[in-house]
Each structure stands twice: as structure tokens, then as C-alpha cells.
Design a protein around this ligand. Structure first.
Ligand code: DC
Length: 255
């Protein structure tokens, strides 16, 4: 028997035993397309580690704000920031099924989702050396595979060889409504037109910046979830995985 035949038998038997192989799944897309909800659900369902790459940019932004490295006018002290990165200990910890971001021994999940970080993260994430620093960490956290990661450039820059790439889209009006509902549920009083305008601005910034702009990888599968439930998204991704990796026996879904 030739080595390639042996190898494919090994791969097939491994897939049938484990159902879903130890792959890296890259999920990219515009803001409010439901990337993190989708990625968390897939991680839970298939026993993958979920990594939120946007959280890393948010963590760097929090450290920069706390270190006084972002001036009132928004300008960033780039020399000091590159020094700060040398000893910055940002890492994920898994707790009760969730993956939480820590700065040293402090959980910073809540702070990185606040308004102050949100309003400074875009320029920080456009700094090339920050992107290199984050990418190196994402690679280290993903060793061994069985990881699903969401962001803007995962399938194009961070893991161009990811075994499965998904690019998420949804109609603008639906995305704006989702964001609007989310803000309402947090006790804020948003205006729908402003939310829509903000989404459009972020789409533009994310897809037009020089360093790693948001774009669909050529080999990414497009998931348009405008009219889909979470369960339908899960059935969709399972179908894609089965087709791509030749898995006949589907695991039972619990979602
Ligand atoms: O997905 P999010 O809103 O948490 O992302 C925070 C910021 O980080 C946002 O401005 C986009 C940026 N980002 C990025 O540039 N590349 C990624 N892979 C993930 C996020």
C-alpha cells in the first residue's frame, strides 16, 4: 500500500471516530453580523476552543488607556506602546465553558466591552506592530487546533491556511436592528438611524484601512444569516464541514 493511501485511510478513520476533525475555523465579517454568537455556539456544540481576536485588540487598548498612552486628542504614544507590549500579559482563560480575557490575574471582560475602550480600539487595531503582536499570540493560543476564532482578518492574514473559513454577512437593516436591540437590553437609549450610520462608518474603516483590511478570503464560505435562526446556522455549518471533510456520520446537535 502506498503511503498516501495509508494516510487517507488513517485520516478517514480518525474523522469517523471523532466526527469533527481538529481543524482551525476562521470566522470573519462585518460588525454585528453575529460572528461571536455563531462562533461561541459552534465551539460549545463541537467542543472547540473559542478565541475572540477583537478582545485582544480591546485588551491592548485598555492597557494603553490605563498607562496614559492615548492622549485626550486620541493620539497614541507609539514608542511607549511598543515598550508596553514587551511585558503585556494578555491571555484567555476558560471558565464554565466561556473563554475570558485576562490582563495578568485580572479578568477584563467587562472593561473591554465598555464605551471608552470601544471608542479607542479602531486606531489601536490599525497599528501594524500591534497587529503583529496580537497575531503571534493568537497563533500561540491555537496550537493543537480545534479552535474557532472570529475577527476581521483571520482567514486572510492570521490563519490563511485555516482548514475552514467562513465569511458572515447580513442585511444592513437587520444588523442595525440587532445592535439596537442589544443596546436597549443594556439599558442604553439608542436611535436606530445613528446605529445604522455607526455600522456603516465601521464597515468603511474596517474594510479600507491599510493594515489587514476586512475582506473575504477567496476560499471562504459565505454565511448570510439575515433570515436564519441560530439552529439553522448550526445545521448550515455542519453541512459545510461534512461536505468539505467527507464526514458521513453527523454528530447529534443539541442546540
Ligand atoms: O469584533 P470587535 O468589535 O470586538 O473588534 C474590536 C476592534 O478590533 C474593531 O475595531 C475591529 C478590530 N479587529 C481587527 O482589526 N481585527 C480582528 N481580527 C478583530 C478585530
Amino acid at each position: 500500500m502506498q503511503i498516501s493511501q495509508k494516510y487517507s485511510i488513517f485520516v478517514i478513520s480518525r474523522l469517523t471516530n471523532m466526527n469533527i476533525p481538529d481543524i482551525i475555523i476562521a470566522v470573519d465579517g462585518f460588525s454585528s453580523t453575529g460572528k461571536s454568537t455563531f462562533a461561541k455556539m459552534v465551539a460549545k456544540e463541537f467542543g472547540f476552543l473559542y478565541l475572540d481576536s477583537g478582545a485582544m485588540y480591546r485588551g491592548v487598548t485598555l492597557a494603553a488607556l490605563e498607562g496614559g498612552l492615548i492622549a485626550k486628542d486620541g493620539s497614541i504614544d507609539l514608542d511607549a506602546l511598543s515598550q508596553r507590549l514587551v511585558s503585556l500579559d494578555l491571555h484567555f482563560q476558560r471558565e464554565s465553558g466561556a473563554t475570558l480575557l485576562y490582563l495578568g490575574d485580572r479578568c477584563i471582560e467587562k472593561e473591554i466591552r465598555g464605551m471608552e475602550v470601544s471608542s479607542h480600539v479602531s486606531p489601536i487595531s490599525a497599528v501594524p506592530f500591534v497587529r503583529n503582536w496580537v497575531d503571534a499570540r493568537l497563533h500561540a493560543f491555537s496550537e493543537g487546533g480545534r479552535v474557532i476564532m472570529d475577527g476581521r482578518d483571520i482567514g486572510t492574514t492570521v490563519f490563511p491556511d485555516a482548514e475552514l473559513k467562513i465569511f458572515m454577512v447580513a442585511d444592513d437593516a437587520v444588523r442595525a436592528q440587532r445592535r439596537f436591540d442589544e443596546m436597549l437590553s443594556k439599558g442604553q437609549s439608542p436611535k436606530l438611524e445613528e446605529v445604522m450610520e455607526n455600522l456603516r462608518q465601521r464597515d468603511y474603516i474596517d474594510s479600507h484601512r491599510e493594515a489587514s483590511p476586512l475582506r473575504k478570503a477567496e476560499d471562504a464560505f459565505v454565511l448570510d444569516n439575515t433570515h436564519m435562526t441560530l439552529h439553522e446556522e448550526l445545521v448550515w455549518v455542519l453541512g459545510v464541514i461534512q461536505g468539505k471533510f467527507g464526514i458521513l456520520e453527523a454528530p447529534a446537535l443539541t442546540w
